[in-house]
Ligand binder design. Sequence first.
Ligand code: ZN
Ligand code: ZN
Length: 322
Amino acid sequence: MKPIFHVNPVNGPFEDPGVFVRIMRERRALLFDMGHIGRLELGNLLKITDIFVTHTHMDHFVGFDTVLRGVLRRDMPLRIFGPENIIQCVEGKLKGYTWNLIKDYPLKIEVFGVNGSYISHCSFYAENGFERLDNPKLDFNGVLTAEPLFKVKGLMLSHQIPVMAYSLEEDFHININKAVLDEMSLPVGPWLSDFKKAIREQKSEKTFIINGKTFTIDELMNIVTITKGQKISYVMDVSPTAGNIERIIPFVKGSDVLFCEAYFLERDMDRAIERHHLTAAIAGRIAREAVVENLHIMHFSPKYRHCAEELYNEAMREFRGD
Ligand SMILES: [Zn+2]
Ligand SMILES: [Zn+2]
């Protein structure tokens, strides 16, 4: 199975957390958190259409300027999601510059701030010098964005302040069976992408002309097998409370990869409580109980710089029991 999401942490585990997700076959990418993101090449940065910010502590948000600098002349809009105060934070960042020469730039920034059962939505357009425009509130039922290929869900947790956890889910994965394709003497080609798109969009009436012959979607269905889609979860900066943990487990259930903070070791639990962070053991326990395929821990306290392996060992002991 060819994965549609290519997932990479932006930095090392002691640096600002963040995960860059390329969506294969679409010239676009998603970003989870934007702390220091200087390592992202401009070409990758320009592909980012949606950014999901857990909260606006500096180590998760300082990269806003880098993103803005990169996409300023772009015509593809930029969407930013986060807890409700993300709107004030983006507005504050934009107010930090002078914008008299950008009226003909096409960039549109849409910001979505989640608060309980609703989402506040504000727009900042270059043509208006990035003045804030308030849009009607949207209902929030857990899903932040739903597209034919995937959806992103958000879960509000606590880090003394509101913090969002995210999951990125491909609805289902369409695998092309090359052997059946050969048997039916059908060529590989761009029509396969259109075919997959039609399945996802449930356009059952659509037909395909291949080698001069017309096929309905139904007639082509035996070239595909449908399997469970990819699921990626991202959980950073969460107070180590039972309430948070109980809510994270069902949310990240069955993830192919869970990116989870492991800021402290269990022996520093008092610090974890004081600083509102998870421990490596808690990350491991969440991954085990949520039956996650792979656990990727990150966002370590600098105090463990000389013993990072202890964090991995502690998380893995809880996760896999070894
Ligand atoms: Zn942090
Ligand atoms: Zn934080």
